[in-house]
Design a protein around this ligand. Structure first.
Ligand code: PGA
Length: 247
């Protein structure tokens, strides 16, 4: 079985201006080698500047969303091709903040994922249950349903990752028990196998939601955890490095 190369991706969300690039430079100065792969996903306004600043380093630049079409009359939107042109190599799609705040459905996330692949971007597709769904015992059903609905057939044979982000763990300081993370990750791996065959074994399954230096080692060493999607703790170089170095 292929073991995925771990990916630690920072999601800056709507934080960061030109001055914040210094934090990314500090990260890049410490990241050597090819495992784990490290990515920073700043707001779209910083993608070009950040990719120029990190040129020659091992840190990749990613985006946080894209439109599914390559161009058109979509005021305010940015296409995957535009993000790639600006220097992005990856893109986060279907984050719960977009699902909840902008009504993004699995079907739309699947279209965006196909768009990202068309443009040569590596998608990080996010899934995760709400606290009510977990309390109702529906976590596995919700997450596996999202994986089925959000990954288009185009993913077969391509580089991509899935990020399991329980909605209630994002920005809350709460995390599931390691056994709960492992249960969900195993279920995601089984669906990927079913949908895309053994080739998908190289796709890492990231955990996201309140990852910080103090809990990173435990989470990152759990079964089928192939890295992390990190929000708040990716904004400060020392915290992000603490997570990267926990692997
Ligand atoms: P958090 O966010 O690390 O701040 O909880 C994770 C995410 O939303 O990707």
């Amino acid at each position: 079985m292929t073991v995925p190369t771990p990916l630690i991706a920072g999601n800056w969300k709507m934080h960061g201006t030109a001055a914040t690039i210094d934090e990314a430079r500090k990260v890049a100065a410490q990241v050597k080698g090819t495992s784990p792969r490290v990515a920073i996903c700043p707001p779209a306004t910083l993608i070009h500047q950040l990719s120029e600043a990190l040129k020659g380093s091992a840190v990749l630049v990613g985006a946080q969303d894209c439109h599914c079409e390559s161009a058109g009359a979509y005021t305010g939107d940015v296409s995957a091709e535009m993000l790639a042109d600006a220097g992005a190599k990856l893109v986060i799609l279907g984050h719960s903040e977009r699902r909840a705040g902008y009504g993004e459905t699995d079907a739309l996330v699947a279209k965006k994922t196909a768009g990202a692949l068309r443009a040569g971007l590596e998608p990080i597709v996010c899934v995760g249950e709400t606290i009510d769904q977990r309390k109702a015992g529906e976590a596995l059903a919700v997450v596996t349903g999202q994986v089925r609905g959000s990954l288009p057939p185009e993913v077969a044979g391509q580089a991509f990752s899935v990020a399991y982000e329980p909605v209630w763990a994002i920005g809350s300081g709460l995390t599931p028990a390691v056994a709960e993370i492992e249960e969900v990750h195993a279920a995601i791996r089984a669906i990927l196998r079913e949908l895309f065959g053994a080739a998908s074994d190289s796709a890492p399954i990231l955990y996201g939601g309140s990852v910080k230096p103090s809990n990173a080692a435990e989470i990152l060493h759990a079964a089928e955890v192939g890295g992390a999607l990190v929000g708040g703790a990716s904004l400060k170089a020392d915290d992000f490095l603490g997570i990267i170095n926990a692997l």
